[in-house]
Design a protein around this ligand. Structure first.
Ligand code: ZN
Ligand code: FE
Ligand code: FE
Ligand code: ZN
Length: 273
């Protein structure tokens, strides 16, 4: 199986650990074919929050990526350079600016903020609702996600139902709440990740939930499998679980940002199905 991990972090975001050499060593140990680095991108103003690199850290980030490339030299492991970008309404110009700073292999679009100052995945906000109710927060989340995907600015859609992180799901049919966002993801032309970090949260499944993954398959949204590793130990964690889920709902291959495809199961021929 062709194994890639395009969603990983570095210590520059101030909540991850590991050297480029450690990450590369782990990638080689796991037999990864490609290791993509996608740390939390700067936001306008260094005081935006304290869990991302500052814009002035960018040279250090590129040096980190270079060190990974040096460590991987001669091994066959391909290193990719990306960013995990935050979406908020009105951020488009900034995203275009981020894109221009380097010849990135890809940008991941993620929704962590329901509003400035309200990153709902922050443990300090667990159990609290920006709008006052869980249901309204869900609607707001999916509105943001839909706008993010519609922007067409992102190559990969990050942890699409991260809003499940604290284990709450609305009583109503929450899959249908996500459908406008799924339609936008299809239109936006990006790849949806199966993010295995969710398995280790109160969400208890990868993002997206298997039922949402099945719906995404019906929409024809391409996928790839990522760990969101914040340390070398969690690189490519639960890749097989995610691959099994994908095959179960009818996916036959993963897709890379250059649009090439890799069969999910070596015994399956590569198809357009
Ligand atoms: Zn992080
Ligand atoms: Fe994230
Ligand atoms: Fe991440
Ligand atoms: Zn993430």
């Amino acid at each position: 199986m062709y194994r890639t991990d395009y969603h990983t972090h570095t210590p520059l975001c101030r909540h991850a650990e590991g050297s480029p050499e450690d990450f590369v060593a782990r990638a080689l140990e796991l037999g990864l074919h490609e290791y993509g680095i996608s740390d939390h991108a700067p936001m306008p103003g260094d005081a935006f929050d304290d869990w991302r690199m500052r814009e002035s850290d960018l040279p250090a980030y590129l040096k980190w990526i270079d060190a990974a490339r040096t460590a991987a030299r001669g091994t066959g492991l391909i290193i990719r350079a990306g960013l995990e970008c935050d979406w908020l309404p009105g951020i488009e110009k900034w995203t275009v600016h981020l894109r221009s700073l380097y010849d990135w292999d890809y940008l991941i679009g993620s929704v962590h903020y329901l509003a400035p100052g309200w990153a709902f995945d922050d443990p300090a906000l667990a159990g609290l609702f920006h709008t006052g109710t869980s249901e309204e927060d869900w609607r707001l989340y999916w509105r943001h996600y839909e706008a993010m995907a519609s922007s067409g600015l992102f190559d990969i859609y990050g942890h699409i139902d991260l809003i499940r992180k604290w284990g709450r799901v609305p009583d109503e049919d929450w899959i249908s709440l996500a459908e406008p966002a799924l339609a936008a993801m299809k239109r936006g032309g990006g790849i949806m990740e199966i993010n295995t970090a969710g398995l280790h949260t109160a969400a208890k499944t990868h993002y997206p939930h298997p039922a949402l993954l099945a719906r995404a398959r019906q929409f024809g949204i391409p996928i790839q499998i990522n760990s969101d590793a914040h340390a070398p130990e969690t690189l490519s964690r639960d890749f097989e679980t995610a691959a099994r889920s994908a095959i179960q709902v009818g996916y036959t291959h993963t897709t890379l940002p250059d649009r090439s495809r890799r069969p999910l199961n070596d015994s399956l021929p590569e198809t357009d199905a």
